[in-house]
Design a protein around this ligand. Structure first.
Ligand code: ATP
Ligand code: MG
Length: 445
């Protein structure tokens, strides 16, 4: 993409409505624009990152054997009356009447809808196990929308639902989700710690929240510092293996890590004092096993091997895709702007032309652009007629992890400059070598 042809409405001033850094930087970098409280338009740069996050979530869900689909945002109230949640959900649910005076709602989550689909089409244990998911906009009329996309009213969420014959099978689905979530967050350059949580209105005995540690997080968390040493890395897990998934769950959840809702002071005090941590975190996901709560209420039964009809065991699993963007920025920025992890960066590499209009510099930039593109990478080329200082400030603000700077002086010596956004370190090297190096960095992902 050439910046002269793009739509990147960066702000020079700090927007006064933003209380936390991620919100401020997303507004300044021209990624989002508020349309009403807690509701945002995703401008091209923000949209690009949102799609990247969505893709990672899709890839990891499919890898785990889960099946993508898409359910509507608007739902009929009738299904929610069946489950009993139409009244229980309270004011967070946006209720709408259609022209026939029928009660509708903008879905805050999809347990009812998916259970209705399931009972219409599945009748036998032979069709199990089954895990369906979608990534779709949700609406919750939050009492205090704030912090930009972190606590929106309209937000983008992956929600998945497993259907199993037995509790054991459903717990395997639970463990499988935990593994796939660990992988998902790590690919986004994030450490998200699974913590024992509370069931809330969705209900359930087994539930973990995934938290990214950040001072601006809304949840108070208590943990053994040993949990922050754990990384999933590039392990090759067989998602069908009950033992392998169970082992990962045990590894990542056996140390103390809890949200304030489930915190137990006595257990916490058993941890050696120098490892006890009280901090704040951003909830970027949650997994639940809730047994037959919805299947019994909504009569989602299958015929078991013995011919008897039994309600299915279910769980639901959510990732806050739009909130993740804020969480990543909270975890990765400096005073100049965002620093995208390579896995989610909107463009792989910036190209800054120090002397637009100089024949050689223009030609060198065009050549870099073509070489990077030919290797499947997406460069963002700042070809505007602007001062170098302004171009650097924009690149630093929008946070592309790598930048190639091209100027007549360097070109005389046959070199360009490759700069890491994270470390600020630069090296001079021939243009082809710079392209090669950037390509290698991304090939490792
Ligand atoms: P919270 O406690 O933050 O209100 P929740 O526990 O009600 O969230 P879930 O039902 O578990 O949310 O939804 C799954 C994920 O969706 C959450 O882990 C979070 O990342 C994201 N999410 C929930 N509410 C919002 C919101 N208002 N804005 C953005 N993301 C949200
Ligand atoms: Mg939650």
């Amino acid at each position: 993409m050439r910046l002269s042809r793009y739509f990147l409405p960066v702000l020079k001033e700090n927007p006064s409505e933003a209380q936390i850094v991620s919100h401020r930087l997303m507004l300044r970098a021209g990624m989002i624009k508020q349309s009403s409280a807690g509701i945002y338009s995703w401008l091209p740069l923000g949209f690009k990152v949102l799609r990247k996050l969505e893709n990672i979530v899709h890839e990891e869900q499919v890898r785990a054997g889960h099946i993508p689909m898409l359910m509507p945002t608007l739902q009929s109230a009738d299904l929610w009356r069946e489950s009993g949640r139409y009244d229980d959900y309270g004011q967070e649910m946006l209720r709408i009447k259609d022209r026939h005076d029928r009660d509708m709602l903008f879905g805050p989550t999809n347990e009812e809808l998916i259970t209705d689909i399931f009972r219409a089409h599945v009748g036998s244990y032979k069709d199990l196990p089954l895990t369906l998911y979608h990534i779709q906009w949700k609406f919750r009329d939050e009492i205090r929308p704030r912090f930009g996309v972190m606590r929106g009213r309209e937000f983008f969420m992956k929600d998945g639902y497993n259907f199993d014959l037995t509790k054991e099978d459903a717990l395997h689905a639970y463990n499988r989700h935990l593994v796939s979530y660990l992988r998902t967050y790590e690919r986004m350059g994030l450490q998200a710690i699974p913590m024992r949580a509370d069931g809330g209105p969705i209900g359930g005995d087994y539930t973990h929240e995934f938290l990214v540690l950040a001072e601006t997080g809304e949840s108070e968390v208590f943990y053994d510092s040993a949990v922050t040493d754990l990384t999933f890395g590039d392990r090759d897990i067989d998602y069908d293996s009950v033992e392998q998934c169970q082992a990962v769950l045990e590894e990542f959840t056996s140390k103390y890590a809890r949200t304030d809702e489930t915190h137990d002071e006595a257990l916490f005090n058993d941890i050696p004092e120098d490892r006890r941590r009280v901090a704040r975190g951003i909830e970027v996901g949650q997994i639940f096993y809730f047994g037959t709560k919805y299947s019994e209420a909504m009569n989602a039964v299958v015929q078991g091997p013995d011919g008897k009809q039994v309600p299915v065991h279910m769980g639901s699993h959510g990732i806050g895709v739009s909130r993740l963007m804020g969480a990543i920025i909270e975890a990765s920025h400096d005073d100049k702007g965002i620093i995208w992890p390579e896995g989610v960066t909107p463009y792989h590499c910036g190209i800054v032309n120090l002397k637009q209009g100089d024949e050689e510099a223009d030609a060198a930039c065009d050549a870099l652009y073509s070489s990077l593109t030919a290797l499947g990478l997406e460069p963002l080329y700042d070809d505007r007629n602007e001062r170098a200082g302004g171009k650097f400030a924009t690149m630093d603000l929008i946070g592309l992890p790598w930048r190639i700077t091209v100027g007549p002086r360097g070109l005389k010596n046959g070199v360009v400059e490759l700069t890491s956004r994270r470390t600020g370190e630069s090296e001079e090297l021939p243009p082809e070598a710079a392209v090669q190096k950037v390509a290698e960095i991304y090939a490792e992902l």
